[in-house]
Design a protein around this ligand. Structure first.
Ligand code: FUC
Length: 764
């Protein structure tokens, strides 16, 4: 079992640096011996201010687009949607700044080691220079709400510490603090646009303060915006950051400087050992819930060298590491009271980050949470629930003003302020990615699953139900009859296009994915209604329309059709596999219950191919596990482990995905969803919940000869411990806090067992 990423050299770039975080405050540690860099983020630093949406007249445009689509004028319908519904993109996530620690050493650096220990949630650094042994430990404490850097040396040394930011800022020093204050710009250009003018600062955006303190056995002086440490052997740097963000709907006017100073002062008054102990206790309590041992030997070389090797098939220990790293990242970037994990979790150094580092919601933000419930980290999903709550408010305006519909909706991306409208800035070709009012439906499956995993009835009634109902009401308003069917017309399949009359089109009469998302939501809402004893007009309308949503058709190549016809695809290797939503994360298609459709999914995956962007391979890992093909899932996983060199700003939409030296997923660029997707996929090789059964080792690759996993979660608030040897299941116990009867699907057949409260029961 291995829980460490380690390196024999410092990070040359972001994709070699090591992430730490407490959900809100994030840091990337470079571990340099001359000027060390710790880049900083706070999850509420975004451009913009609260806003609500209106677009009078667009319900008519929507109806016009629908009529044009039904009449076969897809091009005309795309034009109408682009001209009347498409607007600006949402806001951008911003970097806070940097903390830099300089020591002007002259000697050669030897015995260097930089390491992330995922069990403690801390990075450490050790090296020798000029005969002095230096050590550092870095962590971001959730209980302490601050970054801690502990610096020691076996002989006295001198350092200078500074802070900096790309945002408008000032740095001042008091007697015992360095204070960086600043504010967010109103907007930043997209990543591929140049900043033509100085950024505008209206003074209404989020403001922030980062307060640095130093506790040392040597001399500490704060002057000229710097901290000078002289003759020190043990120093603890503490950095606390707070912002004026209140909530998505309120102007950011919260007091931030005093809380940041208070937090830093309180931490500085706590001995370092106490800070470290509180942090590790908090972190390990979450991280240690799941254990995975695949039994592979750990090579002697460092993690970077392991990643750089072309063939990963003889270093399958990396799979274990990737699984743990996914859990590590989730705990570090999404905690109760933090914002939801964005495209890069919380770690972003760019003023103009790719895709604004936002909540892209046509797969990405959802994928971030795929491992949460399976890996017994339900509380990390709280921020996602809050994101849904936001868009249930802002998106109600969008539903009404854009569609004349009830409920709420959100297009393909969101932000800190609950952005829910259609981006694309009116460009005609934007429809294929921007017109997609489906994200709320997909997001709601996380609410339902949270109930299924935790059986928390209060959560179902008070939180999940109203949010699921609002999303369902929106789709009920939109569905129209088409013969025996009920369709969402027009629809797109995220970011993909097909060929119609020799031209590329994104819009279609209906798409498999839109229908599948509504099917999933309606199915889950009826289940929830039954549990809650609710029957009303909404549930009746849902029950009536649900059977008519199934439009699945198998195409001429045996593939599942993505659109309403068997059109040639623009790109048969497209990264999105949206039409397979019903296989995963949805549950409509299973090998056992709908074998023909499962087979069509298999053909679709084979046609799409095994190389793609990072997250797209992460999705495919999960899909192959759902097809019960562990070996193919492993092929995808190994592809995802393909080494990608960092510090390359190129964005690739093709077959260049993989993993960086610091195990961050490479779209490229870095995008954290792939880390979470693959983490969930590894869990799904070992355990799946399907049609009321708990499937044990449903997709175990042959190469995983012997191993064990414990603490994985199954639906029904059940914890599972599994062991296997030479490919055969040798032990499996299930445990639940209450008595219940469950069916376990084992490799050699089903077993129904009675679980008694808090007793581990063997199902073998
Ligand atoms: C979706 C994907 C892209 C990228 C972006 C952030 O739009 O299609 O590949 O991941 O999100």
């Amino acid at each position: 079992m291995e829980h460490k990423l380690w390196y024999k050299s410092s990070a040359k770039c972001f994709e070699e640096a090591l992430p730490i975080g407490n959900g809100s405050l994030g840091a990337m540690v470079y571990g340099r011996t001359d000027t060390d860099r710790i880049s900083l983020n706070h999850d509420t630093l975004w451009t913009g201010t609260p806003r609500r949406f209106s677009l009078p007249g667009s319900p008519d445009a929507y109806k016009t687009a629908q009529q044009l689509t039904l009449a076969g004028d897809i091009k005309g319908a795309e034009r109408v949607l682009a001209a009347n519904m498409s607007g600006d993109y949402g806001c951008a996530y911003l970097p806070l700044g940097d903390l830099r620690i300089t020591r002007c050493g002259a000697g050669e650096v030897t015995e260097y080691r930089r390491m992330l220990d995922m069990r403690t949630g801390a990075v450490s650094l050790a090296y020798t220079e000029e005969g002095i042994r230096f050590q550092r430990t870095y962590f971001v404490s959730y209980p302490g709400r601050c970054l801690v850097v502990h610096i020691t040396s076996d002989q006295p040394a001198d350092y200078t510490v500074v802070t900096d930011s790309q945002l408008k800022h000032t740095v001042t020093a008091t007697e015992d603090e360095l204070i960086l204050t600043g504010e967010c710009p109103d907007a930043v250009p997209l990543y591929y646009e140049r900043i033509a003018e100085p950024l505008s600062y209206s003074g209404k955006t989020v403001r922030f303060a980062a307060v640095l303190r130093a506790v040392s056995d040597g001399t500490v002086s704060f002057r000229d915006g710097e901290v000078h440490l002289t003759g020190v052997t043990a120093t603890t740097l503490i950095l606390a950051a707070e912002t004026s963000f209140v909530d998505f709907d309120t102007l950011p006017t919260k007091e931030y400087l005093t809380p940041a100073r208070e937090t830093a002062r309180a931490a500085a008054e706590t001995p370092y050992g106490g800070l470290f102990a509180a942090h590790t206790a908090d972190f390990s309590a979450l991280y240690d819930r799941v254990q995975l041992d695949l039994g592979f030997p750990v090579p002697a070389c460092d993690t970077g060298e392991r990643m750089r090797r072309a063939d990963k098939s003889d270093d399958l220990g990396l799979v274990e590491l990737l699984f743990h790293f996914g859990r590590y990242l989730l705990i570090s970037c999404s905690r109760p009271d933090s914002q939801a994990a964005n495209l890069q979790g919380i770690w972003n150094e760019c003023l103009q980050a790719p895709w604004f580092c936002n909540y892209t919601a046509n797969i990405n933000v959802q994928m971030n949470y795929w491992p949460a419930l399976m890996c017994n980290l339900a509380e990390t999903q709280e921020p996602l629930t809050e994101l849904i709550r936001k868009i249930s408010v802002t998106g109600a305006d969008v539903a009404r003003e854009f569609f004349g519909a009830e409920g709420y909706c959100c297009f393909s991306a969101s932000d800190l302020w609950g952005y829910a409208t259609m981006g694309g800035r009116g460009r005609e070709e934007c429809v294929c990615f921007a017109y997609w009012p489906m994200s709320a439906g997909w997001l709601c499956r996380h609410l339902w699953e949270q109930y299924e995993y935790t059986l928390d009835g209060a959560f179902l009634k008070d939180t999940a139900w109203p949010l699921m109902k609002g999303a369902a009401q929106f789709y009920l308003s939109l569905l129209i009859p088409d013969g025996e069917k009920w369709i969402l017309c027009p629809s797109t399949s995220p970011e993909n296009k097909y060929i119609l009359n020799g031209e590329k089109r994104g819009l279609a009469k209906y798409t498999a994915m839109s229908q599948a998302i509504v099917t999933d939501l309606f199915t889950n809402i009826l289940r929830a209604a039954e549990i809650l004893g609710i029957r009303d007009g909404v549930t009746e309308a849902i029950a009536e329309k649900l059977p008519g949503l199934n439009v699945y058709t198998v195409g001429s190549e045996g593939q599942l059709l993505e659109y309403d016809g068997d059109y040639p695809e623009e790109d048969i290797h497209h990264r999105h596999v949206s039409h397979l939503y019903g296989l995963y994360p949805g549950e409509e298609i299973t090998v056992e219950r709908t074998p023909e459709l499962a087979d069509a999914c298999r053909q679709t995956l084979l046609r799409r191919g095994d190389v793609s962007t990072g997250w797209a391979m992460g999705w495919r890992v999960n899909l192959w596990t759902k097809l019960k093909d562990g070996n193919h899932a492993l092929t995808l996983l190994l592809n995802q482990l393909r080494f990608v060199e960092g510090n390359d700003s190129k964005i690739s939409y093709g077959a260049e995905g993989g993993t960086y030296a610091n195990l961050f997923d490479a779209h490229p660029p870095f995008q954290i969803d792939g880390n979470f997707g693959v983490c969930a996929g590894i869990a799904q090789m070992l355990l799946q919940c399907e049609d009321g059964k708990i499937r044990i080792l449903p997709a175990l690759p042959d190469a995983f000869r012997s191993g064990s996993v414990s603490g994985l979660r199954a639906k029904g608030n059940i914890s599972a411990d599994i062991a296997w040897k030479d490919g055969k299941l040798t032990a499996c116990t299930l445990c639940s806090p209450m008595s219940q009867i469950v069916t376990a699907a084992l490799p050699d057949g089903d077993r129904t067992v009675t679980l008694h409260a808090n007793e581990k029961v063997s199902v073998l």
